[in-house]
Design a protein around this ligand. Structure first.
Ligand code: ASP
Length: 587
């Protein structure tokens, strides 16, 4: 077969030509985006990754006939001369819209079957079809932009870390089970019958060992694997910006990650103000009912327990007397709600699990859901919650965390419904001092909230045995618009404290030795204080791209049901492969 390109070399991409290029001879290579055959003249839009250029075929009959045979998505080369478009055909929406290429030669480099959906238009296509024909979906402008943005972000990350003395170091994919608390993917060993590698849930242990190894500052843009039941918008494999540094305190980590976020946001032309706001976990829960508060809008929860401690409202009074709280927030503009709108709100709150929702309309005098409450009480509650004249104060009572969490959910629902989330805005936040441990009722045990290598806060350490639930950790999450985009901690660098923590977690010395023995031993050979973080690339890029699903920023994602619809994975393997791996075929 003849070389399809002949001696042609691309001179410009399809996004390059401008008015300055008029008169230039150009070779464009790309896909037929659209064709308009107007009889004596045919316009073809040719597309590549960089854009679309209009080319014109006219007069020459052989060329006209060749053009007639073209269909959408055929791959073509055109050689011609750049000319200015006539005034009435200038397309200001297109970067190349002032010019067109008058074709002298046209080569069909390949034909294409009729695609199952339009590439040129953003016509609605089912997710299933998009994923099956991912290569076609990826040709569409939206995904071309997203994948390009992802590239720019990861390159910015690499430049940043390089400039700041971090080394990119690869860690194994065939590894030993790591302790992030999810289920491992296991890979059977052919050479060692009955033994398995685990795909890393994160490079946690390796990166800590790199600090013991004196590598000082490490980063990696790394794939991690967690065999979790697919919750909304999770992937079995996902990408992290993984970071670890020696001689670090939490503020050392913030001091690196904040300018990194500035660099990343520059890719979409946005500024990030540093320092990024910090909020202890306890405050996040109390004031926003969430460990990842969305701070693009207010509606902060206020504690008004004091107001009701002695007030004439038995329900609240008893709850406060019993150690509970009364909390609430002001709904901006809620004063104009009609009775039935308020009722809908109360019903919604109950559906979400709140026992009830008490409300107060500001005014002279204020009006409340509970008749007979005196005006001074209502005014105090309004003032304490910072409710303004136009607002509606809503309140609920019960156990502190539970009440705040439910109010936090209500806060999100109201913000969405009332359009209180400013479009195109970004709110970053550090949530700090997470609890070290959480208690699981099911098996009556304490578990690490982050992972078992997280350092407790020094001032809380003496309560590790006596009151484990109250011990805070040197752990932090980075939150963007109400999503967790990263998390990390300062690690335990003292082998004895690490052993003590394992005991607290009910991990026997024997189990610790089997699972992490190599690591515990390494800790004893001069471990510097160290800490780090991992940031989720998929979520960050999705947010920057304005996408709600991370699937839109991953070239080859799996479905919510863990399938690769394009390649057809997972798939059965033949019996011979199984035998080699010392696995028995099922059934
Ligand atoms: N390994 C942790 C994670 O993947 C992050 C960290 O502690 O650096 O969540």
């Amino acid at each position: 077969m003849a070389e399809p390109l002949g001696d042609w070399t691309r001179t410009h991409t399809c996004g390059a030509l401008r008015a300055d290029d008029v008169g230039v001879e150009s070779v464009l290579l790309g896909w037929v985006h659209r064709i308009r055959d107007l009889g004596g003249v045919t316009f073809i839009d040719i597309r590549d990754r960089e854009g679309v250029t209009q080319v014109v075929v006219r007069e020459n009959e052989a060329l006209m006939n060749a053009a007639k045979r073209l269909r959408s998505e055929h791959v073509v080369g055109v050689k011609g001369v750049v000319q200015r478009r006539s005034d009435d055909t200038v397309n200001t929406k297109l970067a190349t819209g002032e010019v067109e290429l008058l074709v002298r030669e046209l080569r069909t480099l390949n034909e294409a079957r009729t695609p199952p959906f339009q590439i040129a238009e953003d016509s609605p296509v089912s997710e299933e079809v998009r994923l099956k024909y991912r290569y076609l979906d990826l040709r569409r402008p939206r995904l071309q932009y997203n994948i390009g943005l992802r590239h720019r972000v990861t390159m910015a990350v690499r430049r940043f870390f390089d400039a700041n003395g971090f080394w990119e170091i690869e860690t194994p994919i065939l590894a030993k089970s790591t302790p992030e608390g999810a289920r491992d993917f296991l890979v059977p060993s052919r050479i060692h019958p009955g033994e398995f590698y685990a795909l890393p849930q994160s490079p946690q242990i390796f990166k800590q060992i790199l600090m013991i190894s004196g590598m000082d500052r490490y980063f990696q843009i790394v794939r991690c694997f967690r065999d979790e039941d697919q919750r909304a918008d999770r992937q079995l494999e996902f990408t992290q910006i993984d970071v670890e540094m020696s001689f670090a305190r939490p503020d050392t980590v913030y001091g690196v990650i904040e300018p990194l976020m500035q660099q990343i946001f520059k890719e979409i032309g946005r500024d990030v103000t540093v320092p990024i706001r910090r909020m202890p976990y306890a405050e996040a829960i109390a004031r926003y009912g969430s460990d990842k508060p969305d701070l693009r809008f207010g509606l902060a929860i206020a504690d008004v327990s004091d107001v009701f401690r002695d007030a004439d409202y038995r329900v609240f009074k008893e709850i406060v007397a019993g150690g509970g709280v009364v909390r609430g927030f002001a709904v901006p503009g809620g004063n104009r709600y009609t009775g039935s709108q308020i009722k809908a709100l109360v019903d919604q709150a109950k559906q979400m699990g709140l026992a009830g929702l008490m409300w107060v309309r500001p005014g002279e005098p204020p009006v409340s859901a509970v008749k007979g409450l005196n005006e001074a009480t209502l005014q105090r509650a309004l003032a304490q919650a910072d409710a303004r004249r136009d607002d509606l104060l809503v309140m609920a009572a019960g156990a502190a965390d539970g009440t705040s969490k439910l109010l936090g959910q209500l806060r999100l629902v109201i913000a969405k419904k009332e359009n209180l989330v400013p479009a195109d805005s970004y709110a970053l936040l550090w949530v700090t001092e997470f609890p070290l441990l959480e208690y699981h009722e099911e098996d009556g045990r304490w578990y690490s909230m982050h992972h078992p290598f997280t350092s407790p806060l020094d001032e809380d350490l003496d309560r590790l045995e006596s009151d484990p639930g109250s011990v805070r950790a040197k752990a932090y999450d980075l939150v963007l618009n109400g999503s967790e985009i990263g998390g990390g901690s300062i690690r335990i660098h003292d082998a004895r404290l690490q052993a003590r923590l394992f005991r607290r977690l009910g991990i026997s010395d024997e189990e610790a030795r089997v699972r992490f023995g190599f690591f515990l031993e390494a800790l004893e050979y001069g471990t510097p204080p160290h800490g780090g973080i991992a940031l989720g690339v998929d979520r960050i890029v999705a947010t920057l791209a304005g996408e709600s699903s991370i699937r839109e920023v991953i070239a080859f994602p799996k479905t919510a049901n863990a399938l690769d619809l394009m390649a057809g994975a997972p798939s059965p393997v033949d019996a011979r492969q199984l035998r080699e791996l010392h696995l028995k075929p099922q059934g």
